[in-house]
Every structure is written in C-alpha cells, then in structure tokens.
Design a protein around this ligand. Structure first.
Ligand SMILES: C[C@@H]1O[C@H](OP(=O)(O)OP(=O)(O)OC[C@H]2O[C@@H](n3ccc(=O)[nH]c3=O)[C@H](O)[C@@H]2O)[C@H](O)[C@H](O)[C@H]1O
Length: 457
C-alpha cells in the first residue's frame, strides 16, 4: 500500500517586530506552498494584522497561534509588539517574552510540531524544543554583511574585519554596536544572538542570497562554525491585497524610471529636522517622488503639518505624500520607478535589489549602515553622506537622487540594478528549494538516526 507522505509541521516564532514577522511570514508561505503545515506563533496584537491580510489560499496551511505574554504594569497587551512601543520599554518586552516560555511549552505539548524555527532574541525557544525532543533552528532575518561584522568584532576584536567595504569609522560602529550590549532579563542582545546561533540544530537559515552576499555568508559560517543556509530574498508578493489604486493611478501617469519612492521602514520615524531636509532635498532634486511619511503612535500630527510650509503646493503633481502604509513591493516594481530612497532596513534593501530599483541609501540605525554599504559594493546603491555633524542635508540628498535618476548619470547604476535583479530572482528560487529540502529532512528524517536532537534518556 502506498504510504501517504506524512505532512510535516513547523512552528515559527519570530521576534515581536514587523521587520521580523514579515520575513517569517514570507518563509511560512513558501513552506506552506510545499505542503508543510505551519503554526505561526506570536502575540495577539501582532497576529491581528496577519489574520486580516493572509490570503485565503493559506488559511488551511498556516495556522495562527497566539502566545500570551505575562502581564507587566507598563506593558499592556497592545504593547506586546515593537510597533509604537516607547523605546525605553524594549527591554521590558524582551523580559516579558522570555517569561512567556511556560505558555510556549504548553503550545509545543499541544501541537507537537516536527520542527521549530525561532528568531535571534529568544534562546529559550530552543531550550523548550530540546526539552520536548523537537529539532529547532534559527532563521536570521538580517544581512550576512551585518551579522558577520558583529560576530567578528565580538570574537576577534583585535583583528581587522577582512572586508574593508563594510568598515565604518570606529565612532560610528561603536555607537551602532552599543545596541548589542543592551541587557534585558540578564542577557545582552549579543548573548541572545550568539546562543541562538550556537544552539541551532544542524544549520542556520538566513534571509539573503549568495548572489549578493556569498563572501559574508561564508565568513559568518567560519566565525560561527555553523552551516549558513540562504533562503533567497523572500520578497513579499506585490499583488498582495492593499488599498493602493490612488498611488498606482498616480504612478501610471509618470514617465518610465522618472520617480523615486521614499520610505524609512516600519519603525524609523524621521525627526522634524530630518523631515525638513528630506522634503527640501526632494524639492531641490526636481524629480517625481512618492514619500510615505510615518509617525510614531504618540505623534498627533497630520502629513500637512509635518511638512515645510507651502511644500505640497510648490511640488504640485510632481510629488505624492502619503501617511500610513504604502504597497512598497508594488511601487518598487512599477515601471515609473527610477530610484528608492531608503533607510536600508534589510527587507527594503532586498526588495530594492530584487525589483531592480537603484537605492539612494540613507541608513539610520541598527544593521542599516552595513546593509547600505553591501548594496553600494554591489553597484546598486549610492549612499547619501552625512555632514560633519552627522546630519543628512538637503543638498546632498538632492545630489544623490539626481545621480541615480537623471538619465545620463544614472544609466550605469540602473543597468546594474536590472542585471542584479534578474540574477537575484533566479538564485533565490534555487536557494529556497535547497532550504526546503533540508528542512524536510530535519522535520521528517528519512533515516531513523537522522534526528540530530540528542535523545533524552
Ligand atoms: C529586520 C530589521 O527590522 C527593521 O525593519 P524595518 O521595518 O525598519 O525595515 P525593513 O526591514 O525594510 O522592513 C520593512 C518592511 O515593511 C514593508 N513596508 C514598509 C513601509 C510601508 O509603508 N509599506 C510596506 O510594505 C516593506 O516592504 C518591508 O518589507 C529594521 O529596519 C532593521 O534594519 C531590519 O534589518
């Protein structure tokens, strides 16, 4: 009798931030399309928008599983996410997430998944899996460029990082790496990241491609002594349902490659001064633009109030400024797009490259400076230099936008972007297949001794 192939189940546990949930969900969709049963686990406040936007075709293969964090005085359930969370409460959120481990243990006992994929801030997820004899592994959603640099300076602080293209001035890299030494619940982010890497069963998944980061992936593997398996760019499906007719109609009236899209991700909110410089830079550039202006939840201000007086009148139909959330993938794939002014969050960097939109890089914090330098090194980005006070200025913003979008100057970077976009898509399709096969082996080992989790006596 033909044995029906058992359907492997994978439980996925991203960190409580959109910039992590989004890549985990994209991976979940790829796995669901290859017949895995996915349990997608997060706090209720994070799962609500996922529930609203998950395409119907996934409702039977991606099950949303709520994990309830213990109540903390300053951390009501609406704060069980980094969205609009006051920055000083981030360590409290990590502590609360750590303390949700008993709830996670119960979820594992109930669902009994074949495999667990966790994120870099929760080493307790791997311990919970081990206690129930379940294989588990890390899915790292930032760049190999950034992670290999950070691993290097922690492990080999006295030696030069072997890739000068990524080197930042000490003052800047020290400021950026400070976030790794922030401690919460007795663990620094570095200790969390290091433990999650070390304890990952067999290999570590990473959201990137050897097409753009081969040497950084190899170096990270040598530093961590782990096999690093890329899953490709995992770019979100541009056809995903979003209310975007107004933007697309506006773009349809613009000439090919004539327009820049301006966005600083889901969690970076420009200061008033930064908004002034970006607005004036766009005005000086004389280029068409769509700008998604986002505000922190506590900011009670309209788009008009946030912009320089008379700005919208002066730019007229050359510019479209939207508050809220834009269909970024759909915009980047539009024929009118000639450039992408980005903070270089990792998902945005990969989307810019995959859609062939040359990047005008304005990195702000976290891993973004390394993401930007990696894209510059690939020839598909130009970085806006900060002034001697470390500030972005309108003249420099305008200059780089024109260098990318204007026909003559921008031709080389636009051709390189188109070329890399095709290669990235092809390589990414191959890489996700390899990763899926390795996950299948880990979830449903064909040989009895293939389980790598040490057998508990
Ligand atoms: C992993 C880490 O998490 C954070 O993510 P953040 O949201 O800031 O930016 P992205 O990673 O670009 O992610 C942003 C994601 O939101 C989408 N989007 C955003 C705005 C909008 O209006 N519409 C959209 O569709 C965008 O397409 C992308 O997929 C940090 O940056 C960090 O640098 C990054 O490496």
């Amino acid at each position: 009798m033909e044995t029906k192939q058992q359907r492997a189940s994978i439980l996925m546990l991203p960190w409580l931030a959109h910039g992590h949930i989004s890549p985990f969900l994209e991976l979940a969709k790829r796995l669901a399309q290859r017949n895995f049963l996915i349990y997608f686990c997060s706090s209720p406040v994070n799962l609500n928008p996922v529930r609203e936007t998950l395409p119907n075709k996934f409702t039977s293969s991606i099950h949303l599983v709520e994990i309830h964090l213990p109540s903390f005085p300053q951390l009501p359930p609406r704060y069980h996410t980094t969205k609009d969370l006051p920055p000083h409460l981030i360590p409290t959120l990590k502590t609360a997430f750590d303390q949700s481990k008993p709830s996670f243990d119960h979820i594992l006992m109930t669902l009994k998944p074949n495999l667990i994929i966790y994120d870099f801030l929760q080493p307790w997820a791997q311990q919970a899996a081990l206690a129930q004899n379940i294989n588990s592994l890390l899915f790292f959603v930032s760049s190999a460029a950034c992670s290999s640099f950070l691993y290097h300076i922690i492990k080999n602080p006295t030696t030069e990082f072997p890739f000068p293209a990524l080197n930042l001035p000490d003052s800047e890299s020290n400021k950026l790496t400070q976030f790794l030494h922030v401690s919460s619940n007795g663990l620094t982010d570095w200790e969390r990241f290091h433990k999650c890497m070390d304890e990952s069963t067999n290999f570590v998944l990473i959201k990137t491609s050897k097409e753009i980061e081969a040497k950084y992936i190899d170096y990270l593997s040598s530093l961590s002594n782990k096999e690093i398996v890329p899953v490709g760019p995992l770019v979100q499906d541009p056809s995903s349902k979003q209310d975007d007719e107004k933007i697309i109609d506006w773009l349809n009236k613009k000439d090919p490659s004539s327009t820049v899209f301006v966005s600083f991700g889901s969690e970076y909110f420009l200061s008033k001064e930064e908004r002034e410089e970006v607005a004036s830079g766009l005005e000086l550039s004389n280029v068409n633009f769509i700008w998604v202006v986002r505000f922190h939840g506590d900011e009670r201000i309209s788009v008009e109030e946030a912009l320089p007086v008379g700005f919208l009148n002066r730019v007229g139909d050359r510019g479209l400024v939207e508050g809220g959330w834009a269909p970024q993938a759909k915009i980047l794939g539009h024929v009118a797009l000639g450039g992408f002014v980005s903070h270089c969050g990792w998902s945005s960097t990969l989307e810019g490259i995959t859609f062939g939109a040359p990047i005008i890089a304005m990195p702000m914090n976290l891993d973004q400076p390394w993401n930007a330098k990696m894209a510059v090194e690939r020839g598909v980005a130009l970085e806006v230099k900060r002034d001697q006070n470390g500030k972005f200025r309108r003249e420099e913003i305008a200059k780089v936008i024109k260098q990318v979008v204007m026909v003559e100057e921008g031709e080389r970077i636009r051709n390189k972007s188109r070329e890399l976009s095709m290669k990235m898509r092809q390589k990414g399709d191959e890489e996700i297949e390899v990763a899926v096969e390795k996950l299948m082996q880990l979830a449903l080992p064909t040989e009895p001794n293939a389980l790598k989790v040490p057998q508990l006596n």
